[in-house]
Design a protein around this ligand. Structure first.
Ligand SMILES: Cc1cc2nc3c(=O)[nH]c(=O)nc-3n(C[C@H](O)[C@H](O)[C@H](O)COP(=O)(O)O)c2cc1C
Length: 339
């Protein structure tokens, strides 16, 4: 890994001391807490390491993972592997059986994760019908039994990521207060309801009101475009998560001055490093396919972007992909520089 990370040109490296000395409790973390939102298919170890190199302070969450799958399948368990550099690193689990959560939590504690985040926001039909994800918002008893069981183990942070509510935010405060009483030590709210899925705009007003009613830290989430946008939306909250705006754009976490976006030379080095990190965990054929969704977001914002994207996405092997990615550096010469 060190070799791949070493190739991030111009991006900040985490100071060596910081890599292992990250605070263990939410209360000890500097405010605002800035986090990479868990995103299935995106926030794997490779991408988390890229974000870590861009900003040593961002809190990283795994992709959501079925608690039952974790207990049954070695392949699912390996999906949650992480490098020490990824700390502070939290695993997000979904499911509905408190005992399964407890067993998975014990195993994850052995692996050294900092906390377990319980998914109570995923709106996918299959998940909701199994009383997982958003489905838990309709059964506060079941939601609290999971939190209680995980928190009772005592050594890991137990957080919950959920939404404003099922169809509106009228029950948010009482739901979150119950989670807090059950032992949740941090709550993240995506400012949309289950009914909205991803439509409309995120409403942060109910999240600010929730913060006034809780003692534990609260993170806001939804439509944050950049670190400065998160700062602007922060209000009385303890921090924020960035999700979609960080796909193909780990620089969303950088507090940028008037210098504008990074040069293509820097972007090309980061994209190449991302791919090399992905290859450490995935075989070539799978990595080439999975990397397409990142390329679709990395390579944007100039006239021929579609053709260039396609060239990279259709690369038949590692060497061709990396050669085409490295050629992106020429865009600095070819394009007028944004000021
Ligand atoms: C591709 C994708 C995958 C996601 N996977 C998860 C997930 O695994 N767990 C979760 O809690 N939320 C997941 N989300 C929701 C995000 O964490 C976040 O709550 C949502 O995208 C709103 O934030 P944003 O506007 O910053 O993207 C996912 C979102 C996207 C776009």
């Amino acid at each position: 890994m060190a070799s791949a990370l070493g190739q991030i040109g111009g991006a900040a490296q985490a100071p060596a001391g910081l890599r292992h000395a990250a605070p263990l409790r939410w209360g000890e973390m500097a405010r605002p807490i800035v986090a990479l939102a868990p995103m299935d298919g995106i926030t794997d170890s490779a991408y988390r390491q890229v974000v870590r190199c861009i900003d040593p302070g961002v809190v990283l969450f795994s992709e959501f993972t079925s608690v039952e799958g974790f207990l049954r399948s070695g392949r699912v368990r390996r999906r949650l592997d992480f490098k020490p550099e990824e700390h502070p690193y939290f695993v997000q689990l979904f499911g509905s059986d408190p005992e399964a959560f407890a067993e998975a939590t014990r195993a994850l504690e052995q692996q050294g994760v900092m906390g377990i985040d319980i998914n109570m926001g995923c709106p996918s039909k299959k998940i909701v019908h199994s009383q997982h994800g958003s489905g838990l918002m309709r059964d506060v008893g079941a939601a609290c039994r999971i939190v209680e069981r995980v928190a009772a183990l005592g050594r890991l942070e137990t957080s919950v990521k959920t939404r404003l509510g099922w169809q509106d935010s009228s029950g948010l405060i009482s739901f979150a207060k119950s989670l807090e009483s059950a032992g949740a030590s941090l709550i993240t709210i995506h400012g949309r309801t289950y009914g909205q899925r991803f439509s409309g705009t995120a409403d942060w007003a109910p999240i600010y009101r929730l913060k006034e009613a809780l003692s534990v830290p609260v993170l806001g989430n939804g439509d944050v475009r950049s670190r400065s946008d998160g700062q602007a939306k922060l209000g009385n909250l303890d921090g924020f998560m960035i999700g979609r705006a960080a796909i193909g754009n780990p620089w969303a976490f950088v507090a940028r001055g008037p210098g504008g976006p990074p040069a293509w030379r820097e972007k090309a080095a980061v994209i190449a490093t991302h791919y090399r990190l992905l290859r450490e965990i995935k075989p070539e054929r799978i990595a080439l396919l999975e990397f397409r969704k990142h390329v679709a977001e990395y390579v944007r914002g100039f006239d021929d972007a579609k053709a260039v994207r396609w060239e990279i996405m259709s690369a038949p092997d590692d060497a061709t992909l990396l050669r085409r990615v490295e050629a992106l550096a020429w865009l600095d010469e070819a394009l007028p520089r944004a000021s």
